[in-house]
Design a protein around this ligand. Structure first.
Ligand SMILES: CC(C)(COP(=O)(O)OP(=O)(O)OC[C@H]1O[C@@H](n2cnc3c(N)ncnc32)[C@H](O)[C@@H]1OP(=O)(O)O)[C@@H](O)C(=O)NCCC(=O)NCCS
Length: 214
């Protein structure tokens, strides 16, 4: 895919060598933190594209995240973004990032090289043994191909560095822009419709599931 040309990844996490796997307690419940070493590995993840840098969000990013995320259209179209989005939500989000296993939850800040923080993209294990990709951008960044560039780079990273072979996603049926992003990235509709909740819609919403082999 041409839009992935020029993607550079650095700071390879070291979670996949046999020695590392042996170091992980076999009975660790999914999502429980892996301790300081893994927190450090998370900090090493940096994915670069021509316009963007994807990196772990830090305490100092809370105000930017709140500014970008506090938009009812973002809450309406995602399953995890509350509305209104307060500084407490932002701080709790960063605390969560530091505690979870990056193989289960890997949210990355999308930083525009010229304009600063733009939104989030992430890989999250939910219902399946593979990850789902999700993303949102602050409104000023919509309509410039940024979601496609960020998500494409993360998928490329997941394939090359983490060894992921399948990634799924889902978009609310009325969110055509997100469906288009996934289509541009090569995702296909599975035909399955799940009912999912957002913080800004009263009822569960039809969610069109998509999948891509990397
Ligand atoms: C969805 C979202 C991430 C898209 O980000 P973006 O950077 O504008 O996406 P891109 O520019 O990479 O691609 C958007 C595509 O959708 C198209 N599009 C935009 N609005 C559309 C609409 N109402 N109907 C159909 N297509 C639409 C654009 O034309 C573009 O396609 P193109 O490149 O073929 O012209 C952004 O709007 C957003 O953050 N929305 C709120 C949160 C959200 O929906 N997250 C996704 C949850 S599944």
């Amino acid at each position: 895919m041409t839009h992935l040309r020029g993607v550079r990844t650095t700071g390879l996490p070291v979670l996949h060598s046999p020695a590392d796997q042996a170091a992980v307690p076999p009975d660790r419940p999914a999502g429980q933190h892996w301790g300081r070493r893994v927190a450090r590995d998370r900090l090493k993840i940096e994915i670069e594209t021509p316009r963007l840098r994807l990196r772990t969000p830090l305490d100092r990013d809370v105000e930017d995240i709140v500014y970008l995320a506090n938009d009812v259209e973002i809450a309406r179209n995602t399953t995890g973004v509350p509305h209104p989005y307060s500084i407490h939500h932002g701080a709790a989000f960063i605390a969560m990032v530091n505690l979870t296993d990056p193989d289960v939850d890997l949210p990355l800040l999308v930083e525009h090289k010229r304009l600063g923080p733009a939104g989030m993209v992430g890989l999250h294990r939910r219902d399946e043994p593979w990850s789902e990709i999700g993303y949102w951008l602050g409104r000023n960044f919509w309509g410039q191909g940024i979601a496609t560039e960020a998500a494409g780079a993360l998928l490329d990273w997941a394939y090359r560095i983490r060894g992921d072979r399948v990634v799924s996603s889902g978009h609310f049926a009325d969110n055509l822009a997100s469906g288009r992003v996934l289509d541009k990235l090569g995702f296909l509709y599975t035909g399955e419709i799940r009912q999912r909740r957002s913080h800004a819609r009263r009822d569960p919403t039809a969610t069109r599931m998509m999948i891509r082999l990397l």
